[in-house]
Design a binder for this molecule. Structure first.
Ligand code: PMP
Length: 301
């Protein structure tokens, strides 16, 4: 079972506070209706441990602002204020032995049915082992990603993760580490916390956002890495059966990074994954500072 980290400090109410004091009222819309939007941001140490750097901090800030806008949540933080908040917490908690993962969340701490909404930016920050993800065994969820007119997948809101939670519970019972959601048309949407990339006949393919996935920052990076590596990259709808017969399969996301799938719904995938190995090698060379890439935007903590 996973044990949750309880770091000593949290950013809340415009300052760093102790974990025990980072609390939200039981009557807030954040709790009673699950009204919050959030981000997951990774920071990586360079290979020589000379610098810890956030990956794509500005892209995450912009998506958080878009999620808040779509969820009718007041969002008044400038990028500089956001960066200062993330930096102050990460500096407080950083250790040389681990990378970090930050979760900035905008909670509706006051208001009622969207009237009089007051928000707060809360950031929690966790240690992450410095290792590349291992091969994954995953399945297909019976839960679907809903239509854009219901729970829009492009918003990173807490509500979207209720299905993710149910899908993970369903998957755990079957021995799967993660699950892929279909959309209402029976095509591939995304996994519970990452996007789906497949390779077929030398082309990397991923479903576009209108198929029911988050506007992924990692997928945008992969697209640019593919350009550099001269690997064709396409965004187009993907059938479930196409995934079952693809040459290589990979989940992509900030926390997932690039996780190659070894077994899909019982099918053992080909052991050799030359395309995703090349992309992952280039990704890791860039985030660790060995071989910078313009799409891998790092900013010092
Ligand atoms: N889909 C979902 C549901 C996610 O939670 C994530 C992780 N943020 C992703 C896709 C991948 O997005 P990103 O590459 O921006 O982390």
């Amino acid at each position: 079972m996973t044990t949750l980290q309880k770091p000593p400090y949290v950013y809340m109410g415009g300052r760093i506070t102790e974990w025990e004091h980072a609390t939200i009222h039981v009557a807030s819309e954040a709790l009673i209706r699950g009204i919050s939007v959030f981000e997951g941001i990774k920071s990586y140490w360079r290979d020589d441990n000379s610098e810890l750097a956030f990956l794509a901090l500005e892209e995450h800030y912009e998506r958080l602002a878009r999620s808040a806008l779509l969820n009718q949540l007041p969002f008044s933080w400038t990028f500089d204020e956001f960066k200062k908040a993330c930096t102050s917490l990460a500096r407080r908690l950083q250790t040389a032995d681990t990378d970090m993962w930050l979760r900035p969340t905008v909670f509706a701490i006051e208001g009622h049915w969207g009237e009089g909404t007051v928000t707060d930016l809360v950031i929690t920050c966790y240690q992450q082992e410095k290792r590349r993800p291992a091969g994954l065994e995953i399945g297909f969820a019976t839960w679907q990603r809903p239509l854009d007119t219901g729970l829009p997948a492009r918003i990173k809101s807490a509500a979207n993760y209720q299905m993710g939670r149910l899908a993970r519970i369903e998957g755990r019972r079957q021995g799967f580490a993660d699950m892929i959601f279909m959309n209402p048309w029976g095509r591939v949407a995304e996994a519970t916390g990452s996007c789906v990339l497949m390779a077929r006949a030398g082309v990397v393919v991923t479903p576009p956002c209108y198929e029911g996935c988050l506007e992924s920052i990692t997928v945008n990076i992969v697209e640019k890495l593919c350009e550099t590596l001269e690997i064709p990259f396409q965004r187009r709808p993907v059938d479930r059966t196409e995934l079952m017969i693809c040459d290589e399969l990979c989940l992509a996301g900030t926390l997932m990074e690039l996780g190659v799938v070894r077994r899909l719904d019982g099918r053992i995938m080909p052991a050799s994954t030359p395309i995703f190995d090349r992309i992952a090698d280039r990704f890791w060379a860039a985030v660790r500072g060995r071989q910078p890439h313009s799409a891998v935007r790092l900013s010092a903590v």
